[in-house]
Design a protein around this ligand. Sequence first.
Ligand code: ATP
Ligand code: MG
Length: 561
Amino acid sequence: MSHPPVQLGPNFIRNIVDEDLASGKHKSVVTRFPPEPNGYLHIGHAKSICLNFGLAALYQGRCHLRFDDTNPVKEEQEYIDAIKTDVSWLGFDWGENEYHASDYFEALYAFAEKLVEKGLAFVCDLPPEEMREYRGTLTEPGKESPYRSRTVGENLDLLRRMRAGEFDDGSRVLRAKIDMAAPNMNLRDPVLYRILRATHPRTGDAWCIYPMYDFAHGQSDSLEQITHSLCTLEFQDHRPLYDWLCEALEIYHPQQIEFARLNLTYTVMSKRRLLELVNEKHVSGWDDPRMPTLSGMRRRGFTAAAIRTFCERIGVGKSDSVIDMSTLEDCVREDLDQIAPRAMGVLRPLKVTITNYPEAQSEEFTAPKHPKKPEMGSRTIPFGREIYVDRDDFMEDPPKNFFRLGPDREVRLRYGYIIRCDEVIKDPVSGEVTELRCSYDTETGGGVLPEGRKKVKGIIHWVAAAHAVSVEVRLYDRLLSVADPASEKDRDYRELLNPESLEVLADALVEPGLASAEAGETFQFERLGYFCVDGKGSQSDKLAFNRTVTLRDTWAKLAKG
Ligand code: ATP
Ligand code: MG
């Protein structure tokens, strides 16, 4: 098994593992990542993946990938494939250890018969509403089912007939016989099996009874000899049942350990909600670059290394918290700063004519692909009489501290000449600025500043009109317009969707070297941010770029005022 370098910092789970190895309780570490294939993986799953695979790597153990596929109604092969793609992309290798809870259906059923034989499970005929009533509440004990006293023989017969398909869906269930007065509701004779006629992606129609999560999960852990079964805090109340089942069945008993789930600001992080966003077409799909899914983040241009660094940085603890999205974005910036070639792109083009540059003339400047990495090589940047700059880099009536273009102001073209804005051309009807007429200082090409010449403060990016490549650029903003949707108790999260989360610029321009860029390649557009080529192109067949992140955390700046 090969693993990328995940630097799992010290945490309470490592302490437990250290003790277990020191005391001889375990000789090696076996963990598992157990997704239910009912949706695509999100960044929260990445935390669990890094933890489980990271622990296994740290202790030279192994980590299984197990599909918890016990609910055929919601599960699909598409999700299984996507999950494998995402785990591999994150850099983890489960080797031969790919399992499916459905592989254990026969073994799990045998466990069910064993519980019945031990008098620890019974077939219950209570209709669902009554079963709910009998369950009691947090403050009141439940009532025992009238079917609880069935004999072992009767229960075994009914269970076998449930499996044989003699009864209708939902008409009977198998329940553990534990304690209807237990303060922990999970111990009030929980359901272990239900009757459900649904075609399973892997077992087809072989089964019409399916194990419940609590029954399948721990028993699968046990069958795989998992040493430490890591799950999120909401399963803490299920641990007594996890333990009870292993004891009752007298099988290998893994230790369940709970850790805090990851929450991020400005997004939602449950598969149910993400599925709603997809189905209701609030986004273009699971891999929409605004989604907190790994496939969405990949399409957006986030790197696996950045996500792993993020998971290291947030650590593993026992109290729930909401992590700021900018923490993740900082990790992405740090990684891309190291690896992304630089380029110039103009998002909202404004034409500039260099009036004293001869029409027939052109030239090329040379620029490094990366300012700190000469090994990445250089690029050539053509220049001519007509260029485009970004509209944002011109102001007709600029304040003093605006060091870009304005009437009679000078600016340096990145890697090129210093130009001066002599005239502003406007549309006579709309008044919109349509062109700037500038002159260039012939002595200043390629970034040169002749001795004694007045410096200019501003440097702007630009592209040559004759050579620029027209592309589509998609700017993304937060999916939700509030940081913590959970705090908006009275409002559905769909009311909190940010209407400006996507802006499409259909006529952006980039330097010619990017014409052959391929899907997944990321560039730093100088001064603007990181942009990743999207495999799903624009309708006009233009190359499409997704803005991954801006260069600085513009949100932090806004918050400070
Ligand atoms: P969701 O709540 O998004 O539907 P889930 O818990 O139902 O997720 P599973 O497929 O059951 O999704 O999750 C697989 C593993 O990932 C589980 O061990 C689960 O605890 C872990 N996991 C899921 N969400 C998070 C999260 N936000 N942070 C950390 N771990 C998570
Ligand atoms: Mg789940």
